[in-house]
Design a protein around this ligand. Structure first.
Ligand code: S3P
Length: 446
């Protein structure tokens, strides 16, 4: 088993680039397969999760190849997948598996979707339920877990779906199915989740509208059968990956780090807003836009933080960043309160539980409920002993968060089973060490 130990580091300094955005990379491949013609993708994230989506599309007959540093997808057009008995192994990828179900729901194709131990425990009924209404057929519709066998239909029914959770995976899966429908497809969500699918479809020529309803929920409507133009896609860096060097530099004295070219879509930067409210010295510069997504360089310096209450309306825009926020909260003066975070229980692992357990191991008090968590910060001068071992639980973000904490503890923090980091940030180890982190690879027995 591959593991990493994280050791006290004097300071983090430098300008770095983190890999392409995971959400946008999945979408570039999936939506790219639906255009008629060739699209070129620059800066695709070549992580295990995205490669699982790429391999699944190849298995379904799509031609995808790499020429120098650019990926090319030869799209078949909307609704044109065919065949049956495909077995698609999506590894650890929740986004890949759920969006792929939407894509399959919009074609006359049948496939079984499988995943690793972590993905096989995650809920799938949330996707199955709306897709059945479009005419997709599932072998075992009451089953909440992978493997899932699905047959799509060439002309799915138009659907208006009121989603109980703000989830971009649910929304995107339905929209991808709706592309082959002859009518409009509408998704209503309680707060707006990341809108990369909508932005990419709009960029390629689809008609899609987003409106706020009087009860503060959001309505997204897509016109079926758009003609998608084969335009090239340049993928910005992932703000969820940038979060690790940024928080590490905020908690490590004398640090100053800049991460360039990061996607700063408002629906992704809740962590940065929260850190600024906590007193972090973070700034955005060089703002610009590429293919419908805003990007900027993000700089951060060591900062003294105070605890805050995260507004519930911000949760969706930082849904993947609670593990690393919990590390920053340790260093804050006072309590950090997170409410309305039940969705964290359905991620790669139950993150509320994993965060509380890890924090308690290093001597930090937490209060945990079904959908909330309070962390009692110890302030910047408290000496944290470290000398603990954390299991990754096949959760890349839990692994990277505790490795960031190890940079400021008196003794090393060892994280077991760290290959899962390759799901989203394959260059994490090298990138962190390049700016001064003291991470060491270790071999441990299972
Ligand atoms: C993602 C949506 C989020 C997020 C995941 C990526 C996406 O999940 O946690 O890492 O790319 O659509 P939910 O849609 O379940 O909130």
């Amino acid at each position: 088993m591959n593991s990493i130990s994280s050791n006290k580091s004097s300071k983090l300094i430098g300008d770095i680039i983190v890999p392409g955005d995971k959400s946008i990379s999945h979408r570039a491949l999936l939506i790219g397969s639906l255009v008629t013609g060739k699209i070129k993708i620059k800066n695709l994230l070549e992580s295990d999760d995205v490669i699982a989506t790429l391999d699944a599309l190849k298995t379904l007959g799509l031609k995808i190849q790499k020429d120098k540093n650019i990926w090319e997808v030869i799209g078949n057009g909307i609704g044109n997948l065919s065949g049956s008995n495909y077995r698609l192994d999506m590894g650890n990828s929740g986004t890949g598996s759920r969006l792929l179900m939407g894509l399959i729901a919009g074609s006359d194709v049948e496939a079984t979707i499988l995943g690793d131990e972590s993905l096989s425990k995650r809920p799938m009924k949330r996707i199955i339920k709306p897709l059945i209404k479009t005419g997709a057929v599932f072998d075992n519709p009451s089953n909440d877990n992978l493997p899932v066998k699905i047959r799509g239909s060439k002309i799915p029914l138009p659907l208006e779906y009121n989603s109980p959770v703000a989830s971009a995976q649910i929304k995107s899966s339905i929209l991808l199915a709706g592309l082959s429908s002859t009518g409009n497809t509408t998704v209503i969500e309680p707060t707006l989740s990341r809108d990369h699918t909508e932005r990419m479809l709009k960029y390629l020529g689809a008609i899609i509208t987003t409106t706020k309803l009087p009860n503060s929920s959001w309505k997204i409507t897509l016109e079926g059968l758009p003609s998608l133009k084969p335009l090239d896609i340049d993928i910005p860096s992932d703000p969820s990956s940038a979060a690790f060097p940024i928080v590490a530099s905020i908690i490590t004295p004398n640090s100053m780090v800049k991460v360039v070219n990061v996607c700063v879509n408002d629906l992704r930067i809740g962590l940065y807003k929260s850190l600024i409210e906590m007193g972090a010295n973070i700034s955005f510069s060089n703002r610009r836009e590429i293919n419908g997504e805003p990007i900027a360089d993000i700089s951060a310096k060591y900062s003294v933080l105070k605890g805050i209450k995260i507004p519930k309306t911000r949760v969706a825009s930082m849904i993947d960043e609670f593990p690393i926020l919990s590390i920053a909260a340790i260093r804050a003066i006072g309590e950090t309160t997170m409410e309305g975070i039940e969705e964290l229980r359905f991620k790669e692992t139950d993150r509320i539980h994993a965060m509380s357990e890890g924090l308690r191991l290093v001597g930090i008090e937490t209060k945990e409920k079904k959908d909330s968590m309070v962390i009692k910060g110890k302030g910047p001068d408290y000496s944290i002993n470290g000398n603990v071992t954390i299991k990754s639980r096949l959760d890349h973000r839990i692994a990277m968060s505790f490795l960031c904490l190890g940079l400021i503890t008196e003794n090393p923090i060892k994280v077991l089973d760290t290959d899962t980091i390759n799901s989203s940030f394959p260059t994490f180890f090298e990138t962190m060490n390049k700016i001064g982190a003291n991470l060491k690879r270790i071999q441990t027995d299972k």
